[in-house]
Design a protein around this ligand. Structure first.
Ligand code: V47
Length: 351
Protein backbone atom coordinates (compact mmCIF):
# COMPACT_ATOMS: atom_id res chain seq x y z
CA UNK A 1 0.00 0.00 0.00
CA UNK A 2 2.87 2.40 0.77
CA UNK A 3 4.09 2.36 -2.82
CA UNK A 4 0.57 3.07 -4.03
CA UNK A 5 0.17 5.97 -1.62
CA UNK A 6 3.47 7.39 -2.81
CA UNK A 7 2.31 7.10 -6.41
CA UNK A 8 -0.93 8.96 -5.65
CA UNK A 9 0.88 11.68 -3.72
CA UNK A 10 3.22 12.14 -6.70
CA UNK A 11 0.26 12.48 -9.07
CA UNK A 12 1.17 9.34 -11.01
CA UNK A 13 -1.75 7.67 -12.77
CA UNK A 14 -2.95 4.50 -11.04
CA UNK A 15 -4.06 1.25 -12.71
CA UNK A 16 -7.42 -0.49 -12.40
CA UNK A 17 -5.93 -3.09 -10.03
CA UNK A 18 -4.51 -0.36 -7.85
CA UNK A 19 -7.84 1.46 -7.78
CA UNK A 20 -9.52 -1.73 -6.66
CA UNK A 21 -6.97 -2.11 -3.88
CA UNK A 22 -7.92 1.34 -2.57
CA UNK A 23 -11.25 -0.06 -1.39
CA UNK A 24 -9.25 -2.00 1.26
CA UNK A 25 -7.69 1.16 2.63
CA UNK A 26 -8.93 2.80 5.80
CA UNK A 27 -11.73 5.22 4.87
CA UNK A 28 -10.18 8.29 6.45
CA UNK A 29 -6.74 7.63 4.98
CA UNK A 30 -8.29 7.19 1.53
CA UNK A 31 -10.43 10.29 2.01
CA UNK A 32 -7.39 12.31 2.95
CA UNK A 33 -5.58 11.30 -0.27
CA UNK A 34 -8.61 12.28 -2.35
CA UNK A 35 -9.04 15.50 -0.40
CA UNK A 36 -5.44 16.52 -1.09
CA UNK A 37 -6.16 16.30 -4.82
CA UNK A 38 -9.44 18.19 -4.44
CA UNK A 39 -7.76 20.95 -2.44
CA UNK A 40 -4.89 21.23 -4.92
CA UNK A 41 -7.41 21.78 -7.73
CA UNK A 42 -10.13 23.83 -6.04
CA UNK A 43 -9.19 24.65 -2.46
CA UNK A 44 -12.37 24.86 -0.41
CA UNK A 45 -14.58 25.87 -3.32
CA UNK A 46 -17.68 23.79 -3.95
CA UNK A 47 -19.49 24.38 -7.21
CA UNK A 48 -23.21 24.38 -7.86
CA UNK A 49 -25.55 25.66 -10.50
CA UNK A 50 -29.07 26.98 -10.49
CA UNK A 51 -30.95 24.57 -12.63
CA UNK A 52 -34.31 23.00 -13.21
CA UNK A 53 -34.81 19.34 -14.04
CA UNK A 54 -37.68 18.54 -16.37
CA UNK A 55 -38.78 15.01 -17.22
CA UNK A 56 -41.37 15.63 -19.94
CA UNK A 57 -42.59 12.05 -20.41
CA UNK A 58 -42.33 8.83 -18.46
CA UNK A 59 -43.63 6.73 -21.33
CA UNK A 60 -40.75 4.42 -22.19
CA UNK A 61 -40.51 1.51 -24.57
CA UNK A 62 -37.61 0.08 -22.54
CA UNK A 63 -37.86 -1.60 -19.15
CA UNK A 64 -34.79 -1.02 -16.99
CA UNK A 65 -35.08 -3.01 -13.79
CA UNK A 66 -33.76 -0.21 -11.55
CA UNK A 67 -36.17 2.40 -12.89
CA UNK A 68 -39.15 3.57 -10.84
CA UNK A 69 -39.85 6.50 -13.12
CA UNK A 70 -41.12 4.89 -16.32
CA UNK A 71 -44.78 4.02 -16.74
CA UNK A 72 -43.92 0.34 -16.23
CA UNK A 73 -43.50 1.01 -12.52
CA UNK A 74 -45.39 4.26 -12.11
CA UNK A 75 -48.41 2.52 -13.70
CA UNK A 76 -49.77 5.78 -15.08
CA UNK A 77 -48.03 7.37 -17.99
CA UNK A 78 -47.78 11.08 -18.69
CA UNK A 79 -46.51 13.20 -21.54
CA UNK A 80 -46.26 16.95 -21.17
CA UNK A 81 -47.35 19.26 -23.96
CA UNK A 82 -44.83 21.80 -25.21
CA UNK A 83 -46.91 24.48 -23.50
CA UNK A 84 -46.54 22.69 -20.17
CA UNK A 85 -42.78 22.33 -20.66
CA UNK A 86 -42.55 26.00 -21.57
CA UNK A 87 -44.55 26.95 -18.49
CA UNK A 88 -42.10 25.00 -16.31
CA UNK A 89 -39.15 26.79 -17.94
CA UNK A 90 -40.90 30.16 -17.50
CA UNK A 91 -41.36 29.61 -13.76
CA UNK A 92 -37.74 28.52 -13.41
CA UNK A 93 -36.54 31.45 -15.53
CA UNK A 94 -38.14 33.81 -13.04
CA UNK A 95 -35.98 32.15 -10.39
CA UNK A 96 -32.77 32.90 -12.27
CA UNK A 97 -31.88 29.42 -13.49
CA UNK A 98 -29.06 29.20 -16.02
CA UNK A 99 -29.80 25.63 -17.14
CA UNK A 100 -32.68 23.26 -17.89
CA UNK A 101 -31.78 19.61 -17.65
CA UNK A 102 -34.26 17.61 -19.72
CA UNK A 103 -34.45 13.82 -19.63
CA UNK A 104 -37.36 11.85 -21.08
CA UNK A 105 -38.46 8.25 -21.42
CA UNK A 106 -37.98 6.55 -24.79
CA UNK A 107 -41.40 7.48 -26.03
CA UNK A 108 -42.21 5.94 -29.42
CA UNK A 109 -45.71 7.37 -29.49
CA UNK A 110 -45.02 11.09 -29.75
CA UNK A 111 -42.78 11.32 -32.83
CA UNK A 112 -39.40 12.89 -33.44
CA UNK A 113 -40.79 16.41 -33.73
CA UNK A 114 -42.15 16.28 -30.19
CA UNK A 115 -38.58 15.92 -28.92
CA UNK A 116 -36.90 18.41 -31.25
CA UNK A 117 -39.60 21.10 -31.29
CA UNK A 118 -39.52 21.16 -27.49
CA UNK A 119 -35.88 22.29 -27.56
CA UNK A 120 -36.51 24.74 -30.38
CA UNK A 121 -39.39 26.42 -28.59
CA UNK A 122 -37.42 26.76 -25.34
CA UNK A 123 -34.38 28.18 -27.17
CA UNK A 124 -36.47 30.68 -29.13
CA UNK A 125 -38.12 31.99 -26.00
CA UNK A 126 -35.15 31.75 -23.60
CA UNK A 127 -31.94 31.99 -25.66
CA UNK A 128 -29.82 32.54 -22.55
CA UNK A 129 -30.83 29.34 -20.81
CA UNK A 130 -28.44 26.46 -21.42
CA UNK A 131 -30.30 23.37 -22.60
CA UNK A 132 -28.73 20.20 -21.26
CA UNK A 133 -30.76 17.42 -22.80
CA UNK A 134 -30.89 13.99 -24.43
CA UNK A 135 -28.93 11.25 -22.72
CA UNK A 136 -26.98 8.82 -24.89
CA UNK A 137 -29.83 6.36 -24.22
CA UNK A 138 -32.31 8.80 -25.79
CA UNK A 139 -29.98 9.53 -28.72
CA UNK A 140 -29.67 5.80 -29.34
CA UNK A 141 -33.44 5.37 -29.10
CA UNK A 142 -34.10 8.17 -31.63
CA UNK A 143 -31.42 6.85 -34.01
CA UNK A 144 -32.88 3.33 -34.02
CA UNK A 145 -36.50 4.44 -34.11
CA UNK A 146 -36.07 6.86 -37.02
CA UNK A 147 -33.29 5.04 -38.89
CA UNK A 148 -30.70 7.76 -38.44
CA UNK A 149 -27.02 7.58 -37.53
CA UNK A 150 -25.76 9.16 -34.30
CA UNK A 151 -24.20 12.14 -36.03
CA UNK A 152 -27.49 12.97 -37.72
CA UNK A 153 -29.36 12.88 -34.42
CA UNK A 154 -26.71 14.98 -32.68
CA UNK A 155 -26.69 17.53 -35.51
CA UNK A 156 -30.47 17.76 -35.26
CA UNK A 157 -30.20 18.39 -31.51
CA UNK A 158 -27.73 21.21 -32.08
CA UNK A 159 -29.89 22.72 -34.81
CA UNK A 160 -32.84 22.79 -32.41
CA UNK A 161 -30.97 24.37 -29.50
CA UNK A 162 -29.46 21.61 -27.35
CA UNK A 163 -26.22 22.93 -25.83
CA UNK A 164 -24.82 19.96 -23.95
CA UNK A 165 -25.65 16.35 -23.15
CA UNK A 166 -26.29 14.93 -19.67
CA UNK A 167 -24.68 11.72 -18.50
CA UNK A 168 -27.73 9.55 -17.83
CA UNK A 169 -28.04 6.05 -19.24
CA UNK A 170 -24.50 4.91 -18.44
CA UNK A 171 -25.57 2.67 -15.53
CA UNK A 172 -22.71 0.11 -15.33
CA UNK A 173 -20.76 -0.64 -18.50
CA UNK A 174 -19.95 -4.27 -17.75
CA UNK A 175 -21.91 -6.15 -20.41
CA UNK A 176 -23.10 -8.96 -18.15
CA UNK A 177 -24.44 -6.59 -15.48
CA UNK A 178 -25.99 -4.49 -18.18
CA UNK A 179 -27.83 -7.50 -19.61
CA UNK A 180 -29.23 -8.14 -16.16
CA UNK A 181 -30.37 -4.62 -15.27
CA UNK A 182 -31.19 -2.88 -18.56
CA UNK A 183 -31.22 -5.35 -21.41
CA UNK A 184 -32.04 -3.81 -24.78
CA UNK A 185 -31.13 -0.20 -24.10
CA UNK A 186 -28.04 1.65 -25.34
CA UNK A 187 -24.98 -0.62 -25.05
CA UNK A 188 -21.78 0.48 -23.31
CA UNK A 189 -19.93 0.80 -26.61
CA UNK A 190 -22.78 2.83 -28.05
CA UNK A 191 -22.83 5.13 -25.00
CA UNK A 192 -19.11 5.78 -25.46
CA UNK A 193 -19.46 6.22 -29.23
CA UNK A 194 -22.29 8.76 -28.85
CA UNK A 195 -20.36 10.87 -26.33
CA UNK A 196 -17.21 10.61 -28.45
CA UNK A 197 -19.06 11.80 -31.54
CA UNK A 198 -20.63 14.66 -29.58
CA UNK A 199 -17.21 15.73 -28.25
CA UNK A 200 -15.71 15.54 -31.73
CA UNK A 201 -18.42 17.99 -32.81
CA UNK A 202 -16.94 20.44 -30.29
CA UNK A 203 -19.61 19.87 -27.65
CA UNK A 204 -19.44 18.90 -23.98
CA UNK A 205 -21.23 16.39 -21.83
CA UNK A 206 -21.21 14.81 -18.39
CA UNK A 207 -21.12 11.12 -17.50
CA UNK A 208 -22.60 9.01 -14.75
CA UNK A 209 -22.34 5.63 -13.04
CA UNK A 210 -25.26 3.97 -11.28
CA UNK A 211 -23.86 1.96 -8.37
CA UNK A 212 -25.04 0.06 -5.32
CA UNK A 213 -27.21 -2.58 -7.01
CA UNK A 214 -25.92 -5.90 -8.41
CA UNK A 215 -22.50 -4.68 -9.52
CA UNK A 216 -19.27 -5.29 -7.64
CA UNK A 217 -16.30 -3.02 -6.99
CA UNK A 218 -14.37 -4.25 -10.03
CA UNK A 219 -17.32 -3.33 -12.26
CA UNK A 220 -17.20 0.22 -10.93
CA UNK A 221 -13.49 0.53 -11.65
CA UNK A 222 -13.95 -0.93 -15.15
CA UNK A 223 -16.72 1.63 -15.71
CA UNK A 224 -14.52 4.54 -14.64
CA UNK A 225 -11.68 3.20 -16.73
CA UNK A 226 -13.75 3.29 -19.93
CA UNK A 227 -14.65 6.91 -19.16
CA UNK A 228 -11.04 7.83 -18.36
CA UNK A 229 -9.97 6.33 -21.71
CA UNK A 230 -12.49 8.43 -23.62
CA UNK A 231 -11.59 11.55 -21.67
CA UNK A 232 -7.93 11.01 -22.66
CA UNK A 233 -8.99 11.13 -26.30
CA UNK A 234 -11.54 13.96 -26.30
CA UNK A 235 -11.40 15.87 -23.00
CA UNK A 236 -15.11 16.52 -23.54
CA UNK A 237 -16.51 15.45 -20.16
CA UNK A 238 -17.23 18.27 -17.74
CA UNK A 239 -18.02 16.07 -14.74
CA UNK A 240 -18.34 12.54 -13.45
CA UNK A 241 -21.44 11.82 -11.39
CA UNK A 242 -21.68 8.62 -9.37
CA UNK A 243 -25.42 7.98 -8.80
CA UNK A 244 -26.28 5.95 -5.73
CA UNK A 245 -28.97 3.39 -6.52
CA UNK A 246 -32.34 4.16 -4.85
CA UNK A 247 -34.17 1.04 -3.78
CA UNK A 248 -37.90 1.81 -3.89
CA UNK A 249 -40.57 0.93 -6.48
CA UNK A 250 -38.41 -0.94 -8.96
CA UNK A 251 -37.85 -4.49 -10.12
CA UNK A 252 -34.31 -5.01 -8.83
CA UNK A 253 -35.37 -5.73 -5.29
CA UNK A 254 -32.02 -5.02 -3.63
CA UNK A 255 -32.21 -5.81 0.09
CA UNK A 256 -28.95 -4.22 1.24
CA UNK A 257 -28.37 -0.73 -0.08
CA UNK A 258 -24.82 0.58 0.15
CA UNK A 259 -23.61 2.07 3.38
CA UNK A 260 -22.02 5.50 3.67
CA UNK A 261 -18.50 4.06 3.91
CA UNK A 262 -18.74 2.32 0.54
CA UNK A 263 -20.28 5.42 -1.04
CA UNK A 264 -17.57 7.74 0.29
CA UNK A 265 -14.83 5.33 -0.75
CA UNK A 266 -16.26 5.29 -4.27
CA UNK A 267 -16.19 9.11 -4.42
CA UNK A 268 -12.61 9.17 -3.16
CA UNK A 269 -11.48 6.52 -5.65
CA UNK A 270 -13.21 8.39 -8.47
CA UNK A 271 -11.29 11.55 -7.55
CA UNK A 272 -7.98 9.67 -7.50
CA UNK A 273 -8.52 7.38 -10.51
CA UNK A 274 -10.14 9.96 -12.82
CA UNK A 275 -7.08 12.17 -12.97
CA UNK A 276 -8.27 13.76 -16.22
CA UNK A 277 -11.64 14.92 -14.83
CA UNK A 278 -12.05 18.27 -13.11
CA UNK A 279 -15.46 18.01 -11.46
CA UNK A 280 -16.56 15.04 -9.37
CA UNK A 281 -20.17 15.61 -8.50
CA UNK A 282 -21.81 14.38 -5.30
CA UNK A 283 -25.34 14.56 -6.67
CA UNK A 284 -27.17 15.22 -3.41
CA UNK A 285 -30.39 13.74 -4.79
CA UNK A 286 -29.06 10.18 -4.65
CA UNK A 287 -26.36 10.63 -2.02
CA UNK A 288 -28.60 12.55 0.42
CA UNK A 289 -27.71 16.13 1.22
CA UNK A 290 -25.96 15.17 4.47
CA UNK A 291 -23.64 12.67 2.84
CA UNK A 292 -22.99 15.02 -0.09
CA UNK A 293 -21.72 17.62 2.35
CA UNK A 294 -19.38 15.03 3.84
CA UNK A 295 -18.32 13.90 0.35
CA UNK A 296 -16.79 17.35 -0.04
CA UNK A 297 -14.03 16.02 2.27
CA UNK A 298 -13.65 12.88 0.10
CA UNK A 299 -12.85 14.40 -3.27
CA UNK A 300 -16.18 15.77 -4.45
CA UNK A 301 -16.08 19.43 -5.51
CA UNK A 302 -19.55 19.84 -7.02
CA UNK A 303 -23.05 19.29 -5.62
CA UNK A 304 -25.05 19.81 -8.85
CA UNK A 305 -27.80 22.33 -8.24
CA UNK A 306 -31.05 23.36 -6.74
CA UNK A 307 -32.95 20.98 -9.10
CA UNK A 308 -36.35 22.50 -8.23
CA UNK A 309 -38.32 19.46 -9.37
CA UNK A 310 -37.08 15.92 -9.83
CA UNK A 311 -38.95 12.77 -10.77
CA UNK A 312 -36.56 9.96 -11.77
CA UNK A 313 -34.84 9.45 -8.43
CA UNK A 314 -37.64 10.66 -6.19
CA UNK A 315 -39.87 7.97 -7.75
CA UNK A 316 -37.34 5.45 -6.43
CA UNK A 317 -37.25 6.88 -2.91
CA UNK A 318 -34.93 9.92 -3.01
CA UNK A 319 -36.09 13.01 -1.09
CA UNK A 320 -35.66 15.31 -4.06
CA UNK A 321 -39.12 15.85 -5.53
CA UNK A 322 -39.10 19.59 -4.85
CA UNK A 323 -35.40 20.39 -4.99
CA UNK A 324 -33.66 22.63 -2.48
CA UNK A 325 -34.13 26.31 -1.88
CA UNK A 326 -31.06 28.26 -3.08
CA UNK A 327 -30.23 30.16 0.10
CA UNK A 328 -30.60 27.02 2.19
CA UNK A 329 -28.41 25.09 -0.25
CA UNK A 330 -25.66 27.72 -0.09
CA UNK A 331 -25.89 27.94 3.71
CA UNK A 332 -25.47 24.17 4.00
CA UNK A 333 -22.26 24.33 1.96
CA UNK A 334 -20.96 27.31 3.93
CA UNK A 335 -21.81 25.79 7.31
CA UNK A 336 -19.92 22.64 6.38
CA UNK A 337 -16.76 24.71 5.93
CA UNK A 338 -16.73 25.15 2.15
CA UNK A 339 -17.22 28.09 -0.18
CA UNK A 340 -20.25 27.86 -2.49
CA UNK A 341 -19.38 29.02 -6.02
CA UNK A 342 -22.06 29.31 -8.66
CA UNK A 343 -20.99 27.85 -12.00
CA UNK A 344 -22.64 27.61 -15.38
CA UNK A 345 -23.19 24.37 -17.28
CA UNK A 346 -19.64 24.44 -18.65
CA UNK A 347 -18.11 24.96 -15.19
CA UNK A 348 -17.39 28.67 -15.69
CA UNK A 349 -17.83 30.78 -12.57
CA UNK A 350 -20.96 32.93 -12.65
CA UNK A 351 -20.15 36.32 -11.23
O1 V47 B 1 -30.02 7.58 -16.31
C1 V47 B 1 -32.66 5.60 -12.59
C2 V47 B 1 -30.53 6.97 -12.86
C3 V47 B 1 -30.36 8.73 -14.22
C4 V47 B 1 -32.49 5.08 -10.51
O2 V47 B 1 -25.39 14.57 -16.24
C5 V47 B 1 -31.45 5.93 -10.84
O3 V47 B 1 -25.08 16.19 -14.82
C6 V47 B 1 -30.67 5.85 -8.68
O4 V47 B 1 -28.47 10.93 -15.21
N1 V47 B 1 -31.64 4.99 -8.33
C7 V47 B 1 -30.94 10.10 -14.52
N2 V47 B 1 -30.52 6.33 -9.94
C8 V47 B 1 -30.26 11.18 -13.71
C9 V47 B 1 -28.95 11.56 -14.32
C10 V47 B 1 -28.24 12.76 -13.84
C11 V47 B 1 -28.52 13.32 -12.62
C12 V47 B 1 -27.83 14.46 -12.23
C13 V47 B 1 -26.89 15.05 -13.04
C14 V47 B 1 -26.61 14.48 -14.26
C15 V47 B 1 -25.63 15.12 -15.17
C16 V47 B 1 -27.27 13.33 -14.67
O5 V47 B 1 -30.85 8.32 -12.96
C17 V47 B 1 -30.70 7.60 -15.12
C18 V47 B 1 -30.31 6.42 -14.25
O6 V47 B 1 -28.94 6.15 -14.39
N3 V47 B 1 -31.56 6.22 -12.13
N4 V47 B 1 -33.25 4.91 -11.61
C19 V47 B 1 -32.58 4.58 -9.18
N5 V47 B 1 -33.53 3.70 -8.82
Amino acid sequence: MNELIKKIKNNIRITQDEALKLYDMDLLELGSLANDIRVSKFGKQTFYNINRHINPTNYCKDTCKFCAFSKHRAKTSYTMTHEQVLEAVKTAHNENITEVHIVSGHNNKVGLDWYMDMFKIIKEKYPNIHIKAMTAAEVNFIAKEYDMNYKEVLEMMIKNGVDSMPGGGAEIFDEEVRREICRGKVSSDEYIEIHKTWHEMGRHSTCTMLFGHVENRAHRIDHMNRLRDLQDITGGFKAFIPLVYQTKNNYLNIKDPLNAIEILKTYAIARIFLDNFSHIKAYWVTTTINLSLIAQEFGANDLDGTIQKETINSSAGAASANGLELEKFKALITNSGFIPVQRDSLNRVVA
